[in-house]
Design a protein around this ligand. Structure first.
Ligand code: ATP
Ligand code: MG
Length: 565
């Protein structure tokens, strides 16, 4: 299966929009929004929502807003706002001049609340948070009316105004919608719509000491912006009657809410609360740690925006929750980098090889194409000399049956170079560790091909010792050892399942000299080893640092093949 950005697959949301367009609903307008709360960095789950909202708008000649749902000043921060904007842009989407904040609507939302009071549909309640909880009842028992429910409109207007003016303590009073304390839907049991909170807001400063609750602000912000299709995750299905109630009571423009299943991904967690815990507890180096499922982490790891968009298209949208296999995400980046990443050679765990019959002072510049199937990518010169490094694990003194790499007396090909034969092994007398190999080369095999048709089974990557550059390479494994680390109800804390081996740092790797000055963020295939990206934070001209994005082994392709059978 190959899906590209240009071939959208049908899904139930696309179908709804197509029907709406056919019926000329909203005068044929399609207007969506991506509404993050700036209380953390975006993760791959958010990418699903970004792709969906911006994608649906683009497909239908519509518009998509970026709106920050910034109604909770105690958890929000400008750092998050900036990171979210840059992540959405990096993913390839553009909100044009439609960058909005729920906080832009605070005055309007306040007026809506006043209007509800005037309609007799909202009241100021003096119960404590705990009492409100007690009065709410349970799924099986109806709630109890608050003793303040019958306050007059005048008294409510007066108290609400004074709440705004800062006359009351934090938490001493709230404004509640007057709906139905016996409703089967707990969200409808007179939900709180305003609270008193003295917290400096990252945009409105200390102008407000009352803040609207998310449920009140969200649907009305959609209405204010003229959103046609308000797409959100399934947990909000039970909130829809409440959003509808606000819109209907206030008689304002009514967007259509559509719920879809959020993305869950195996071997990681997709909840900002949990990700914050990992960052603040020092379990990772930051939001952009390459092991994190955040957009900034994936970017630093070497993922491309195309691979993430492609992943989001492939997983589709559904009405039922499921867990997507991490192997699919890895498959998507592998597929993309397979096409675009130049091939180079790097040795992660170097073993010294001396070519005994190669002249001491000779250096040959061998031609090596950057991509086997794409000559358009050009080639570079790779220096060959008497002393080389190969991968330690490409040599075995006593090789098992299927080991086709280098062994005593055996001949192998050095990629783009020559056939070499191992003639002697130098070992540490004490430990038995292999220190260096002595080999001979066949000058008739230049380029890696023998003119007499003689075949070798193994082809190894290598670098010239004197010409290669030192590099640090970071190998990543999954962040958790368990597919669903927070899946057990009442189970141990999700951090119990952190993978202690999720990062392996190799500090004395050697890479070919063409990588001198490689740009931060640039991506390569190290032949036989995987795809690597120059670390955008720690790499410099004096110290090359690479992150392994993925290995070459595609477990998804295997899974897919098995399923087909
Ligand atoms: P989290 O659960 O990580 O805290 P959130 O829903 O609180 O996420 P928001 O900032 O409110 O985070 O999310 C912005 C948008 O992204 C919302 O429309 C939300 O539905 C969507 N979204 C969040 N997580 C996912 C996910 N895992 N899959 C798909 N969409 C998601
Ligand atoms: Mg949310």
């Amino acid at each position: 299966m190959t899906t590209t950005d240009s071939t959208p697959l049908p899904n139930f949301i696309r179908n709804i929009i197509a029907e709406d367009l056919k019926a000329n609903k909203n005068d044929g307008r399609v207007h969506t929004r991506f509404p993050p709360e700036p209380n953390g960095y975006l993760h791959i789950g958010h990418a699903k929502s970004v792709c969906l909202n911006f994608g649906l708008a683009a497909e239908n000649g519509g518009l998509c807003n970026l709106r920050f749902d910034d109604t909770n000043p105690s958890k929000e921060d400008i750092e998050y706002v900036e990171s979210i904007k840059s992540d959405v842009r990096w993913l390839g989407f553009d909100w044009g001049d439609r960058l909005f904040y729920a906080s832009d609507y605070f005055e309007q939302l306040y007026q809506y609340a006043v209007q509800l009071i005037k309609l007799g549909k909202a009241y100021v309640c003096d119960l404590s948070a705990e009492e409100i909880r007690e009065y709410r009842g349970t799924l099986t028992e109806p709630g109890k009316d608050s003793p303040y429910r019958t306050r007059s409109v005048e008294e409510n207007l007066d108290l609400f105004e004074r709440m705004r003016a800062g006359e009351f303590e934090d938490g001493s009073r709230v404004l509640r919608a007057k709906i139905d304390m016996a409703s089967g839907n707990l969200n409808m049991r007179d939900p709180v719509i305003y609270r008193i909170l003295r917290a400096t807001h990252h945009r409105t400063g200390d102008k407000w000491c009352i803040y609207p609750m998310y449920d009140f602000a969200h649907g009305l912000s959609d209405s204010i912006e003229g959103i046609t299709h308000s797409i959100c995750t399934l947990e909000f299905e039970d909130h829809r009657p409440l959003y509808d109630w606000f819109l209907d009571e206030l008689k304002v423009y009514h967007p259509q809410q559509i719920e879809f299943a959020r993305l869950n991904l195996s071997y990681t967690v997709l909840s900002k609360r949990k990700l914050i815990e990992l960052v603040e507890g020092g379990y990772v180096t930051g939001w952009d740690d390459p092991r994190m499922p955040t957009i900034s982490g994936l970017r630093r790891r070497g993922f491309t925006p195309e691979s993430i968009r492609n992943f989001c298209e492939r997983i589709g949208v559904a009405k039922r929750d499921s867990i997507v296999d991490m192997a699919l995400l890895e498959h998507c980046i592998r597929e993309d980098l397979n096409e675009r990443a130049p091939r180079v050679m790097g040795v992660l765990r170097p073993l010294r090889v001396v070519i005994d019959n190669y002249p001491e002072d000779q250096v040959e510049e061998l031609d090596a194409p950057y991509h086997p199937e794409n000559p358009g990518m050009g080639s570079r010169k790779v220096p060959f000399s008497r002393v080389l490094y190969i991968e330690r694990e490409d040599f075995c003194e006593d090789p098992p049956k299927k080991f086709f790499r280098l062994a005593p007396g055996r001949e192998v090909r050095l990629r783009y170079a020559y056939y070499i034969t191992c003639v002697r092994v130098v070992k540490d007398e004490q430990t038995g560790e292999v220190l260096e190999l002595h080999c001979t080369y066949d000058p008739e095999t230049r380029g890696g091909w023998s003119s007499d048709g003689r075949k070798v089974k193994g082809t190894l990557h290598w670098v010239s010792a004197a010409h290669s550059l030192e590099a640090e390479v970071r190998l990543y494994d999954r962040l958790f050892v368990k597919a669903n680390p927070s899946g057990e109800k009442d189970g141990p804390d999700f951090k119990t399942y952190l993978n202690p081996k999720s990062l392996e740092t190799l500090t004395s790797c050697r890479v070919e000299p063409s990588l001198a000055g490689a740009a931060p963020g640039s991506r390569y295939q190290f032949e036989r080893l995987g795809y690597f990206c120059v670390d955008s934070v720690d790499s410099s001209d004096s110290k090359l640092v690479f992150n392994r994005t993925v290995s070459l082994r595609d477990s998804w392709a295997k899974i897919a093949k098995k399923e087909k059978k």
